[in-house]
Every structure is written in C-alpha cells, then in structure tokens.
Design a protein around this ligand. Structure first.
Ligand SMILES: [Fe+2]
Ligand SMILES: [Fe+2]
Length: 497
C-alpha cells in the first residue's frame, strides 16, 4: 500500500485515454465510464492551465486541443455528451463516474466549478471547438459574489455574447435538495443502527456471550457503502461524540474515519469491509476492563492504569471467542494489539521484537487518536479543539502517527475538521461543516454561520463556502481563530443531526 493523497495545487498529470471500445455485454457502460473520465480529466487540465498560464501559452493551447478532441470523439461514438453533477457525483450521460485516489483532485475541482456557477448539466451535442472551450472555461473561472442561480444567467449571457452556442447549460434539477435531505436521513439511520449494534457487541462480550457477528458485518457494510456514496453526512455525525455513550459512539466514529481514510488511501471495497470491522473492534478489549476503572474521573492508580493498558491484548482474547466466522479475524486481532503501539513503537504494549505496524493499524490509530482527543470522556473533561488535534497529529512526532495517514486525514477533513467552532473576520461565529471540495482550499472549509457579527446566535444558520470571493478577488470570509464551543454554550452536534 503505497498510495499518497493528492497534493493541493498540483495539476494531475494528463493521461492518455484509450478510446478503442471494448467488446461484449456490459462493456458499453465501462466504455462510457473510461472515456468519460478522460473528458473530465481533460476538462480539469484545461481549467488549471487557463488559470495558471496566459492563454497563448502552448500548455493552454494543447490542453484545449486535447479537450476538444476527446469530447468530439465521445460525441462521435455516443451521439451526445452530458456532464451532470449531483451532490458529490459526476455523471457522464447516465453513467456515474467512480471517484478514486487518481481522479480525486480533478473530480472535486470540476464539481466545485459547476456548483459555483449553478450548472447542473452541460450538454455537448455538437462539435465544440478549442476556442469555444477556451471562452467557456475562462468565463466560469472569473471570481464572483453572485449566487449560483444568477451566476448561471451571467455565464449564459457571456457565452451568447461571445458567440458560443455549442454548449447548453442547465441548472441542477429540484430533486437535488431532496437528494441531500434523503442522504442525511440515511446517514442518521446508519449511525444510530451502528451505535446500537456496537452496544450489543460490547455488552455481550462483557457478559461472556457470543455476539451476533452477522449484524456487525451488516453494520460495517452499511458504513462502507455510505462512505463510498456520500461521506459528508456520515463524517458530520461523528461530531456527536456522546459522553454517556462514549465507548460505543467512539467505536463507530473510529470505524467511519478509518473507512473514509482507507478510501482516500486507495483500498478496495473488500479491504474497506475488513478495515471497518477491525476499526469497530479495536477497543473490544475494554469490555474486559472493570467499568469503574474505565469510567474513573480522577487519576488512575498504577494497577488501574495497567488494567486499561491491557485492553489491546484482552481484545485479541475476546476476538478469539467471537464465533460465526469461518476463520479467526486475524486482521482485527492485529489492529487490536497494535493500535496504541505508535509508529515508533514507544506506546503500549511494548513489542518484544522490532515490528512494522500494519497499514490497518496505522489508519485505525490515527482515527482513534483524533476521535479520543476531540471527545469529552471520564478522564478528559474538556475536549480539545479538532483543528488543534489535527495540527498536533501532524506536527508532534510524539503522537506517533504515520505521516502519510495524517496527510490523508487532512485531505479528508481539511485543516479545520468538521465540528470546529471558528471566529470569522466578519466577527461572525461559524461551525465547520465539511472540507472544501477544492483540494487547494483545505483552510477554507464549507462553514455554517451560526451568529451575526454581534455574536447573537442564529439556528440553524446558513452554510457558506469560505473560498467565495468578492469581485475584487478578496475573500468574503476568512477564519481568524478557533474557539471552544463550551465558552459560548454551543453543542456542536446540534448543527449536524
Ligand atoms: Fe484503545
Ligand atoms: Fe479507542
């Protein structure tokens, strides 16, 4: 596993897409998908080069010529080319393109440009010349403060004025808002079910009973499917971090973060199932630690600390007793034993021989460290600000985090992870909602503005994009600092459920 997350601001190298159609049943779909990816990648490369270089530069001209050629080839064989964006997805004709590590930067960028310009569908039915593409891609990148709906009207007027009539742009359909609501509801259901099943799991282990492994598998599959389809809602729910239900919500949160990280690092769906199970089980050994020790608020005695520090290997023992699987869950066992070892092996338990921590353990350790530090627990009354935790994980080697995993984490949540309370330069308060889809805007997340400039709270408040600019190019809003929600009597999770 050597995949690295996309680096902010670096244009993805262009790849030549073979246009020869594969033969056989079901091949049409993959043909459209493959060629569609090529078109989106070319669109992205052209957008980036126009932004970076003067129009007459040969890189710009080549990117435009490539885009025109690819789109034309597509139309020639498929009769039309429709690029439609909906939620976090891009569809080419009726086929949804798969998002993966290779195309992450390009897809997010194109999605964001469409969203900002209020474009739902771009219809290409004709031969679009390189010059037409140039006009279109230049217009859509002019900074603006207009709302998407008005922006689209402006873009259409400018295209018309420039004589470009080969591209038909239409706004997103009305179902989009409904889709988002439905996705949010689905995420809530997945989350609550996962907490209930985890609770059953931990309780059965505590009572020496064998837990229902089928139910657990179903829950993990639910989480993986949701992360692959629409991860924003589920990531938002990790801000719940319920104090009373800490052990259960913590396991579910670690599972959600791990799967989302695994996806960023290029794991396959089957690997994600495996990783999700291991993440959900990582603290199962805590079911064998006395509850009063786990929930103790004061400082721990030497003996009590040893009891807690035994949970990694107690977890392995518990996993040996989980029946219902054909073979022992070895990967989960490795994660259970390794998740507190730290990358430099200075954690616990101390390994007897030098060892290389497994990739799954590195992922779960990062997800675990992040969720634990940002939660309020018995022995940590004040949760640490998510943005500070992320910075610590990146900059303090004593945290023992794997740098590649942390980098993927920052790509997932941004520098200000969802749930961070921030003060904006407009003196408004905001709660970070989701990472900015533009990879170079990791410090400018989508943020819910929850107060007016005087500090009067508004609920639920409007979600704004901190990458939005004034016509003069300055940003509308910028984060000046992060704040502790308790100081303002704010419960962050209220803004996500
Ligand atoms: Fe643990
Ligand atoms: Fe944990």
């Amino acid at each position: 596993m050597t995949g690295t997350p996309p680096t902010a601001g670096t244009p993805t190298p262009r790849r030549t897409v073979s246009i020869a159609a594969p033969v056989g049943e079901g091949a049409i779909d993959s043909f459209v998908r493959q060629k569609g990816r090529g078109v989106i990648l070319a669109l992205y490369t052209a957008l980036r080069s126009i932004k970076l270089y003067p129009l007459e530069n040969s890189a710009v001209q080549k990117a435009l010529a490539d885009l025109a050629a690819l789109a034309q080839e597509f139309v020639a064989s498929e009769h039309e080319l429709d690029v439609r964006v909906s939620g976090e997805f891009i569809f080419v004709n009726a086929t949804r393109l798969r998002l993966d590590l290779d195309n992450y930067a390009s897809f997010s960028h194109v999605l964001s440009v469409f969203r900002v310009c209020g474009i739902g569908t771009m219809h290409v039915a004709d031969v679009v010349t390189a010059r037409d593409w140039q006009v279109f891609l230049t217009i859509v990148q002019v900074p603006t403060s207009l709302e998407p709906h008005d922006r689209l009207t402006e873009v259409l007027a400018k295209l018309d004025a420039a004589g470009v009539r080969t591209l038909a742009l239409t706004p997103p359909s009305d179902d989009d808002g409904e889709d988002r609501e439905r996705a949010k509801e689905r995420a809530k259901k997945t989350y609550t079910q996962s907490v209930t099943v985890t609770k059953d799991l931990m309780t059965s282990v505590r009572m020496g009973k064998s837990p229902n492994i089928k139910k657990i598998k179903r829950v993990v599959q639910g989480i993986v499917d949701q992360i692959l389809n629409e991860e924003t809602s589920l990531i938002g729910l990790t801000t719940i971090r319920d104090y009373d239900e800490y052990t259960f919500t913590h396991s579910v949160n670690v599972c959600i973060f791990s799967v989302a990280l695994g996806k960023r690092l290029g794991l396959t769906k089957l690997q994600l199932y495996d990783l999700g199970m291991a993440a959900l089980f990582h603290d199962i050994g805590k079911s064998r630690v006395p509850v009063d020790v786990l929930n103790k608020t004061g400082s721990l005695t030497e003996i009590e600390w040893r009891q807690i520090a035994a949970h990694p290997w107690l977890g392995v023992l518990a996993l040996f007793q989980i029946r219902g699987t054909q073979e022992y869950p070895y990967r989960s066992m490795v994660v259970a034993i390794e998740h507190h070892m730290k990358a430099d092996l200075t954690g616990y338990p101390k390994p007897i021989r030098p060892r290389q921590m497994s990739m799954y353990s590195k992922i779960v350790a990062a997800a675990d460290g992040f969720d634990a530090a940002t939660s309020r627990r018995a022995y940590q009354t004040v949760p640490i600000n998510p943005a500070e935790v992320m910075r610590e994980m990146r900059d303090n080697p004593r945290r023992g985090m794997d740098p590649i995993v942390v980098k993927a984490f920052i790509n997932l949540t941004g520098i200000y992870p969802p749930g961070t309370l921030v003060v904006l330069d407009t003196f408004e308060l905001g709660i970070v909602h989701a990472v900015n889809p533009l990879p170079e805007m990791l410090a400018r997340p989508l943020t819910r503005v929850i107060s007016d400039p005087m500090g009067n709270l508004v609920h639920p408040g409007e979600i704004v994009d901190l990458a939005d600019r004034n016509p003069d190019g300055t940003y509308l809003r910028t984060i000046i600092k992060t704040e502790n929600p308790e100081r303002y009597g704010i419960r962050v999770s209220d803004y996500f459920v």
